[in-house]
Design a protein around this ligand. Structure first.
Ligand code: FAD
Length: 354
C-alpha cells in the first residue's frame, strides 16, 4: 500500500466513523422522541398543589371530592384510565338509594362527577404512574408528565373483578353474565343460574343467589372447594344448590339481538368431554384484583393486595394517606359503601389538617 492510499484509507475510515456516530445519534433522537407519550410532546409539565389529592373517579373518589370541596380543601381528583370507575361497565342499578326507578350505572357516575365539579373539584384526566409517600406533602406523577402534590392523599383506585377472558363472555356481559351477585342477582329471581369458582366468594355468591334464584349450580374446576368449612356446610344444606365438579366454562351460549344468555358449555377438566347446562344467568366469582400496584412497599397491604385501613376509619399506616372504596374493601364492594367510605376519608383528611 502506498503512503497516499494509506492516507486515503485513514480518511475513508474516519468518514465512516463520523457517519456511524451521526447515524447512532439520529437513531437515539428518533427513538427517544418516539417513546415520549404523545401528550408529553411539546407540553410544558405542570405541578399542581392541593390540600386533598384524590386518586380515582368512582363513587368513592367523587364522594370524597364532594366532601373535601365543601370543606374548602380545593380538591384535585385524578380520574384514571377508567373515568367513572366500575359503574360505567354496568347497566341497571337498582340498589343505590335515592332513585325510585332503576338507573343506569354510567348516568349515576356522570351525576356524581357533575356534583363534584359543581362544588369546586378540579378534575384532571390523568393516570398516576408513580407515588412518593415517604414524606408529606405526597408527590404523585401522572402519565402526562404532570406532578400532583397533596397535603393529604385519598386513594380510591378501586378493584377489578377477574373475568375468564373468553370472547363469548364479552358478548354476554350485562346480558346474563355478571361478576357481582349482590348487584345483579335480583334480575334472576325465580330463574336458573350458574356460579363459577370454588373459593369463599363463589360460595357466598351462590348462597346469596339461592335466596333469589330457583336453582343455583356451582361449576368448579377441582373436586373440592377452597372455601371455609362453615360456608361449605351452609351451601350443602341448601336444597336448590348443586355442584358440578371438575369442570370449566368453555363458552357462554345464547341468542343475538339483543344478546341473551341461554346456557353454558362446560369442559370436564378430567376427561376433556363437553356438556351443556341450561341457565339464564352466570356469575363469575374467581376473585378481584385491587388496583394497588403503585403503593406496594409504601403502604401496608393485606395478602390479597387490599390497602389495610384502621377499624372504623379510612386511615392507612401513613399519616395523611387515606383509602376508600373497593381498594380497601374486599367484603362489600358496593357503590353505596364506596361512597360512604369516600365521605369518611374526606372528613378524616380535613380533621387531619386541622
Ligand atoms: C359489572 C358490575 C356491576 C355492578 N353493579 C353494581 C350495582 O348495581 N350496585 C352497586 O352498588 N355496585 C355495583 N357494582 C360495584 C361497584 O361498581 C363498585 O363497588 C364501585 O364502583 C366501587 O367504587 P370505587 O370508587 O371504590 O372504585 P371504582 O369504581 O373501581 O373506581 C376506581 C377508579 O380508580 C381509577 N384509578 C385506578 N388506578 C388509578 C391510577 N393509577 N391513577 C388514577 N386513577 C386510578 C379508575 O380510573 C377508576 O376511576 C358493580 C360492579 C361491576 C363490575
Amino acid at each position: 500500500m502506498t503512503i497516499e492510499s494509506a492516507e486515503q484509507n485513514k480518511k475513508v475510515s474516519g468518514n465512516v466513523k463520523t457517519h456511524v456516530i451521526y447515524q447512532y445519534v439520529m437513531l437515539l433522537l428518533i427513538t427517544t422522541t418516539l417513546f415520549i407519550p404523545p401528550q408529553k410532546k411539546g407540553k410544558i409539565m405542570t405541578t399542581y398543589h392541593t390540600k386533598a389529592l384524590i386518586l380515582g373517579s368512582g363513587p368513592a373518589g367523587y364522594s370524597a371530592a364532594i366532601y373535601a370541596a365543601r370543606a374548602s380543601m380545593k380538591p384535585i381528583l385524578v380520574s384514571g384510565m377508567q373515568p367513572g370507575g366500575q359503574l360505567t361497565i354496568t347497566t341497571d342499578v337498582e340498589n343505590y338509594p335515592g332513585f325510585a326507578d332503576p338507573i343506569q350505572g354510567p348516568w349515576l357516575v356522570e351525576q356524581m362527577e357533575k356534583q363534584a365539579v359543581h362544588v369546586g373539584t378540579d378534575i384532571k384526566p390523568d393516570y398516576i404512574v408513580s407515588v412518593d409517600l415517604s414524606k408529606r406533602p405526597f408527590v404523585c406523577v401522572g402519565e402526562s408528565g404532570d406532578t400532583y402534590i397533596g397535603e393529604t392523599l385519598i386513594i380510591c383506585t378501586g378493584a377489578s373483578a377477574r373475568w375468564l377472558g373468553i370472547p363469548s363472555e364479552e358478548k354476554f356481559k350485562n346480558f346474563g353474565v355478571s361478576a357481582c351477585a349482590t348487584c345483579d342477582g335480583f334480575f334472576f329471581r325465580g330463574k336458573e343460574v350458574a356460579v363459577l369458582g370454588g373459593g369463599n366468594s363463589a360460595v357466598e355468591e351462590a348462597l346469596f343467589l339461592s335466596n333469589l334464584a330457583a336453582k343455583v349450580t356451582i361449576v368448579h374446576r377441582r373436586n373440592e372447594f377452597r372455601a371455609e368449612k362453615i360456608l361449605q356446610e351452609r351451601l350443602f344444606a341448601k336444597p336448590n344448590i348443586s355442584v358440578i365438579w371438575d369442570s370449566a366454562i368453555e363458552e357462554f351460549l345464547g341468542t343475538d339481538n339483543p344478546p341473551s344468555l341461554t346456557g353454558i358449555k362446560l369442559r370436564s377438566t378430567k376427561t376433556n368431554e363437553f356438556s351443556e347446562l341450561k341457565v339464564d344467568g352466570a356469575f363469575i366469582a374467581i376473585g378481584h384484583t385491587p388496583n394497588t400496584e403503585l403503593f406496594k412497599g409504601q403502604l401496608d397491604l393485606d395478602a390479597a393486595g387490599y390497602i389495610i385501613t384502621a377499624p372504623d376509619s379510612t386511615t392507612t399506616n401513613i399519616k395523611g394517606v387515606f383509602a376508600a372504596g373497593d381498594v380497601q374493601d374486599h367484603v362489600f364492594r358496593q357503590a353505596v359503601t364506596a361512597a360512604g367510605t369516600g365521605c369518611m376519608a374526606a372528613l378524616e383528611a380535613e380533621r387531619f389538617l386541622g
